[in-house]
Write a protein that binds this ligand. Structure first.
Ligand SMILES: [Zn+2]
Length: 339
């Protein structure tokens, strides 16, 4: 009898992560664990249409399945779970995504037709929240808020074991909570001074390049002058911060401070017992996380803050890919890899 394996496909605004996901124990086991057996990463910029993007994903899936031994019949594909940065409408179609040409595209249907297996799709923050609740830093939480900070800001909220879904299968656009109404910056969806203009990767990059232009002699200024793409990147800001550059550290702290102000709003809305910080920006390190916690403590409502843990998510950037497969029929994906 061949073993079932499943594929997690996490479509973000910048990268697409494809992985073979192993869930090692049934729900209720002492310590259920999830692992990525093999993975590929694709750049969204490599594709210019939904058909191209799906084709690129299928090539990656085929490669992983080949490596995993499907060709020899030892294992078989049990299903594909997709997470996407946007709404998933009642008809199963994506909408308001960070990859606009995917809006309205029948992604699930195309994958189902191609592989002949169950395919499910959910919002990426929802998927990450499910993964953290089952396997990560949110185990045992009664009221969990996962804040995924990357290209945008998404929230996955689980209360008493169930995802909260306001609209489009998600908690709506709460990442666009306005924190600075006099800001000159507007986000891509048009609001002024929302959290997405303050704490996301594009916001950090924008501020880093502004500072670099204004201070050509600084570490960031010299990075800009030597940059082939005429941009200082987020990873360069992180590297400069890790090397102790005060300007880079200050930019991370500023992004974190605004995020902490947003967390105070989220805490007042959902009264969580844990707030998990996930997504690529949560990997910027203690300069950002520490500033977020400090601003949360400074600005939040004392009644609500009491007993709230604010901690980094445990599964890092893999959470959405792992959580995506949890929507699949259980019998199809519980799989223990051979030792
Ligand atoms: Zn906005």
């Amino acid at each position: 009898m061949p073993e079932d394996i499943c594929v997690g496909l996490d479509i973000g605004g910048t990268n697409i992560k494809v992985g073979l996901v192993a869930l090692d124990a049934q729900d209720g086991a002492a310590a259920p664990a999830a692992r990525i057996i093999a993975r590929r990463r694709l750049s969204v910029a490599a594709f210019s249409s939904p058909v191209e993007l799906v084709e690129g994903c299928c090539t990656a899936v085929d490669g992983l399945l080949g490596e995993a031994g499907l060709e020899g019949g030892r294992r078989r594909l049990g299903g594909i779970g997709v997470s996407i940065c946007g709404y998933v409408m009642p008809d199963g179609l994506p909408e308001l995504t960070n990859v606009p040409y995917l809006d309205g595209f029948p992604l699930v249907t195309r994958l189902r037709e191609r592989y002949g297996v169950p395919v499910t799709m959910d919002n990426d923050a929802n998927a990450a929240a499910l993964a953290e609740h089952a396997f990560g830093a949110g185990r045992g939480a009664k009221r969990l808020v996962l804040v995924a900070v990357g290209t945008g800001i998404g929230l996955g909220v689980i209360i008493d074991g169930r995802l909260v879904r306001f609209c489009g299968g998600t908690t709506g656009n709460i990442g666009h909570a306005v924190v600075d109404p006099v800001s000159p910056e507007r986000c891509g969806l048009g609001c002024r001074g929302c959290l997405e203009t303050k704490s996301t990767a594009p916001a950090l990059e924008r501020e880093a390049n502004r500072v670099a232009r204004e201070n050509p002699g600084s570490v960031l200024g010299r990075l800009l002058a030597g940059s082939a793409g005429a941009r200082v990147t987020v990873s360069e800001v992180k590297a400069a911060a890790d090397a102790g550059d005060d300007t880079a550290l200050g930019l991370l702290a500023e992004a974190g401070r605004w995020l902490g102000i947003g967390l105070a709003t989220f805490a007042a809305t959902f009264s969580p017992d844990v707030i998990l910080l996930g997504g690529g920006m949560a990997e910027m390190g203690p300069a950002l996380i520490g500033a977020a916690i400090e601003a949360f403590e400074d600005t939040g409502m004392p009644y609500v803050k009491r007993g709230v843990r604010v901690v980094p998510a445990a599964l890092g950037n893999d959470a959405a890919m792992i959580g995506a497969v949890r929507g699949l029929p259980r019998s199809r994906f519980l799989w223990t890899p051979p030792s």
